[in-house]
Design a protein around this ligand. Structure first.
Ligand code: ADP
Ligand code: MG
Length: 303
């Protein structure tokens, strides 16, 4: 802790605080999450998972981990500071003015790259929402807040432990089915919809009505000036049956997103996310938005 000077608080939650800090010797800025450690051993181990999982990730679209340490009953996670705020703030700042499609697709592609990276490592984020997508001033988009993330070891372990934000929770969770990689995809779909409409796809005046709407899965169409491809993308991600939703790899290897990955993103990112996806892009040269997602055995990560 002595290595860092606290500059200001940048976030507060039930866990504790997020602080903007400066590293004494390098003068570099970082975000530091200060988490109160619970008294019981098993809960403490749970809190440590956030640092352990974040430390495993290394990708331009995931908030970079620097170090973590414990002091005086707190866990500190030091990570890259994203100076552009979060996506929820960005959406609010629009005050009703819709984002241009190319901006939405660029951000969405970066989010898919981040999600693809964690899924390849068999990690489920479980709390993908616009507030957990961080931005930088130079247009980078990073997936952050691994406080709910878990390593996929036993599917059933997730059936009862899910604690997401209700707007982004997929139907299978309300039906008490296991959380799987496609549940993250549903939540990512909610963000894509939010980017296109500046509203949540499912809204209601009570929990009961919200759950009903999510489980029916019907959404209002996107504003008509957005392309058919974008509308199609949203529809695919809101398939009720998780196995019918595209995986992050599939999203990255099809249509407009595949073209963006190849054209707009720097080569080091393409290197990072591997030959496998590029191979899929090649194989789907003639793909149309109607290309069917290969079936997936329930709950298994197939990346
Ligand atoms: P939680 O949602 O569990 O309270 P987060 O990790 O999402 O914790 O952090 C809370 C808030 O702090 C975020 O919504 C964001 O505004 C800010 N924050 C957290 N990490 C960073 C970071 N690396 N860069 C910039 N802001 C951050
Ligand atoms: Mg958060």
């Amino acid at each position: 802790m002595d290595d860092y000077t606290v500059l200001r608080m940048i976030g507060e939650g039930s866990f504790g605080r997020a602080l903007l800090v400066q590293h004494e010797s390098s003068n570099q800025m970082f975000a530091m999450k200060e988490i109160r450690l619970p008294k019981s051993f098993s809960n403490t181990q749970n809190s440590r998972k956030e640092a352990v999982l974040l430390a495993k990730m290394k990708h331009p679209n995931i908030v970079a981990f620097k170090e973590s340490f414990e002091a005086e009953g707190h866990l500190y996670i030091v990570m890259e500071y994203c100076d552009g705020g979060d996506l929820m703030q960005k959406i609010k700042q629009q005050k009703g003015k819709l984002f241009p499609e190319d901006m939405i697709l660029n951000w969405f592609t970066q989010m898919c790259l981040g999600v693809n990276h964690i899924h390849k490592k068999r990690v489920l984020h479980r709390d993908i929402k616009s507030k957990n997508i961080f931005l930088t001033q130079n247009g980078k988009v990073k997936l952050g807040d691994f406080g709910s993330a878990r390593l996929l070891s036993s599917q059933m372990a997730f059936a009862c432990t899910y604690v997401g934000t209700p707007y982004y929770v997929p139907p299978e969770i309300w039906e008490n089915l296991p959380y799987n990689n496609k549940s993250d995809i549903w939540s990512l779909g909610c963000i894509l919809y939010e980017l296109c409409t500046l509203r949540h796809p499912f809204q209601a005046n009570s929990w009961k009505n919200l759950i009903l709407k999510v489980c029916q899965g019907s959404i209002s169409p996107l504003p008509s000036h957005y392309s058919y491809e974008l509308q199609f993308l949203v529809k695919q991600m809101f398939k009720r049956n998780p196995s019918h939703r595209p995986s992050a790899t599939t999203l990255l290897s099809q249509g407009v997103i595949a073209r963006l990955v190849q054209k707009c993103l720097p080569p080091e990112i393409i290197m990072e996310y591997g030959e496998e996806v590029l191979e899929e892009i090649k194989n789907s040269k003639h793909n149309t938005p109607r290309k069917k997602t290969p079936p997936c055995t329930s709950g298994r990560i197939r990346l």
